[in-house]
Design a protein around this ligand. Structure first.
Ligand SMILES: *[C@@H]1O[C@H](CO)[C@@H](O)[C@H](O)[C@H]1NC(C)=O
Ligand SMILES: *[C@@H]1O[C@H](CO)[C@@H](O)[C@H](O)[C@H]1NC(C)=O
Ligand SMILES: *[C@@H]1O[C@H](CO)[C@@H](O)[C@H](O)[C@H]1NC(C)=O
Ligand SMILES: *[C@@H]1O[C@H](CO)[C@@H](O)[C@H](O)[C@H]1NC(C)=O
Ligand SMILES: *[C@@H]1O[C@H](CO)[C@@H](O)[C@H](O)[C@H]1NC(C)=O
Ligand SMILES: *[C@@H]1O[C@H](CO)[C@@H](O)[C@H](O)[C@H]1NC(C)=O
Ligand SMILES: *[C@@H]1O[C@H](CO)[C@@H](O)[C@H](O)[C@H]1NC(C)=O
Length: 324
C-alpha cells in the first residue's frame, strides 16, 4: 500500500491553493494521509509538529514496548508517594536513612510545586541537545549546533566556559547530584538526580541552612542556582529507566543514560552529543585528562551503549560522535 504523508509544514505551505486552504486549516494538527485502500485523504493525529516525533510509537515496536509516556518524571507534592517496589529499590541504593516524607514536605515549600512538561501536542516541535562529557567533543565545532536547540541539557560538571566552540554556551538544564554539583547561571534549571534521601536534604540545605557539607565525600555546602527553576527527578522515573531501558543491568542507570531517557520524555526531537569514546577508543572527559572507566560495576556501560545504538537505529535519536 502506498501512503503519501504530508507531514512537514514546508510541504503544506507549498501546496496551499484556494481549494485546499480550508481543508488544510481543518487538518492543521493532523497529517493528511493519502490512503490508496480507502481512495482519499484521511487525517491522522500526530504527536508533535516536528517531521519525526520521539513519542510516535507507530514506527517502532521495540520503542513502544519500553516507552511509558505516563511515568512521573519529576517529583512534586502530589505525586511523591512511592510504590512499595520503587521505595524498596530506591532506598536500597543508599547507605543512609532519613525521613523521605519530611524531606518532600520541605522541598515543596521551597521549590516550585507543579507539573512540568505536560505541554506535548501536535503544535509543539521542541528540539533538545543532550550534551555528555566525552572527549570526543574536543575539536568537534559543535558549539553553534548545540546552542541552536530549544533545550540544551548538560550533565554534572561539564563546563561551557573556555569550550564554547565545541560544546556551546547555552544551558537550559543541568542534571546533577551533590557530589557533582557546580554553580549554575540564573536561567538554568537545576535538575537533581536523587539516589538517596540525603541528596534531597542537601538540596534543601544548599538553599537554606547550608550546613550539609559531606555525604560519602565532601560536597559544596551551597551552590549558585535559581531556586525557582529547581526540579527533582522522581525515584519512580529512575526505577522505570532501570527496568525498561537498562533492563536491570548494573545497580542503577548512569547520569548520562538517565538524562537521555529524560529527554525522550520532554522533547520531540533529541540529538545526542558527547557520548561514547573518542575515535581512538579513549574514554575521558573533555575538560579533564584523567581517563574514566566504562563498565564501572555500578552502571552497565555496555548495555547502555547498546540501548543508545538501538535508539538511533529506530530513528528516535541522532548521536553525533565528533571527529577526534
Ligand atoms: C487505509 O485505509 C484502510 C481502510 O479504511 C485502513 O484499514 C488502513 O488502516 C488505512 N491506512 C493508513 C495508513 O491510514
Ligand atoms: C513488585 O515486585 C515483585 C517482584 O519483583 C513483582 O512480582 C510485583 O508485580 C511488583 N509489584 C508492582 C506493583 O510493581
Ligand atoms: C517521618 O516524619 C513524619 C512527620 O514528621 C512522621 O510522621 C513519620 O513517622 C516519619 N517517618 C519515619 C519512617 O520516621
Ligand atoms: C504532580 O505531577 C503529576 C504528574 O506526575 C501531576 O499529575 C500533578 O498535577 C502534579 N502536582 C502538582 C501540584 O502540580
Ligand atoms: C534570577 O531569576 C529570578 C526569576 O526567576 C529573579 O527573581 C532573580 O532576580 C534573578 N536573579 C539574578 C541574580 O538575576
Ligand atoms: C542542619 O540544620 C538543621 C536545622 O537547623 C538541623 O535540623 C540539622 O540536623 C542540621 N544538619 C547537620 C548535618 O548539621
Ligand atoms: C558502543 O557502541 C558503538 C557503536 O556500535 C561501538 O563502536 C563501541 O565500540 C561501543 N563501545 C563499547 C565500549 O562497547
Amino acid at each position: 500500500m502506498w501512503v503519501f504523508l504530508l507531514k512537514h509544514r514546508r510541504y503544506r505551505t507549498a501546496l496551499l491553493s484556494s481549494t485546499t486552504i480550508l481543508v488544510l486549516l481543518y487538518f492543521q494538527s493532523s497529517v493528511l494521509v493519502f490512503n490508496y485502500s480507502s481512495y482519499g485523504f484521511v487525517s491522522k493525529k500526530v504527536p508533535c509538529a516536528c517531521s519525526i516525533c520521539v513519542a510516535d510509537g507507530g514506527n517502532s515496536n521495540w520503542f513502544s514496548e519500553r516507552y511509558n509516556p505516563n511515568i512521573p518524571l519529576l517529583l512534586n507534592s502530589t505525586n511523591s508517594a512511592l510504590g512499595a517496589n520503587v521505595s524498596k529499590w530506591w532506598k536500597g541504593l543508599q547507605s543512609n536513612a532519613g525521613n523521605y516524607t519530611e524531606a518532600v514536605d520541605q522541598l515543596f515549600s521551597l521549590f516550585p510545586d507543579e507539573e512540568h512538561y505536560s505541554d506535548a501536542g501536535p503544535d509543539r516541535c521542541r528540539t533538545c541537545a543532550v550534551v555528555g562529557n566525552s572527549g570526543n567533543l574536543l575539536g568537534s565545532h559543535y558549539g553553534p549546533l548545540i546552542d541552536f536547540h530549544d533545550f540544551v541539557i548538560r550533565i554534572n560538571k561539564g563546563p561551557t566556559e573556555g569550550y564554547e566552540k565545541d560544546v556551546g554556551s547555552k544551558t537550559t538544564h543541568r542534571i546533577l547530584y551533590p557530589e557533582s554539583a557546580m554553580d549554575l547561571d540564573n536561567s538554568t534549571h537545576l535538575v537533581l538526580l536523587p539516589v538517596k534521601i540525603l541528596d534531597l536534604q542537601w538540596l534543601i540545605s544548599a538553599f537554606t541552612t547550608k550546613n550539609i557539607t559531606e555525604t560519602y565525600t565532601d560536597v559544596p555546602s551551597t551552590i549558585q542556582a535559581n531556586k525557582d527553576k529547581v526540579m527533582i527527578l522522581h525515584p519512580e522515573f529512575l526505577r522505570y529507566v532501570y527496568d525498561n531501558w537498562a533492563e536491570g543491568h548494573g545497580l542503577y542507570p548512569s547520569t548520562g543514560f538517565l538524562t537521555l531517557i529524560f529527554a525522550l520524555h520532554v522533547c520531540d526531537e533529541v540529538n545526542v552529543f558527547g557520548f561514547g569514546a573518542t575515535s581512538d577508543g579513549i574514554w575521558h572527559h573533555y575538560f579533564e585528562t584523567i581517563s574514566t572507566s566504562y563498565e564501572s560495576g555500578i552502571h552497565a556501560g555496555n548495555f547502555e551503549n547498546e540501548t543508545i545504538n538501538r535508539l538511533q537505529q529506530e530513528n528516535k535519536i541522532l548521536v553525533l560522535k565528533g571527529w577526534t
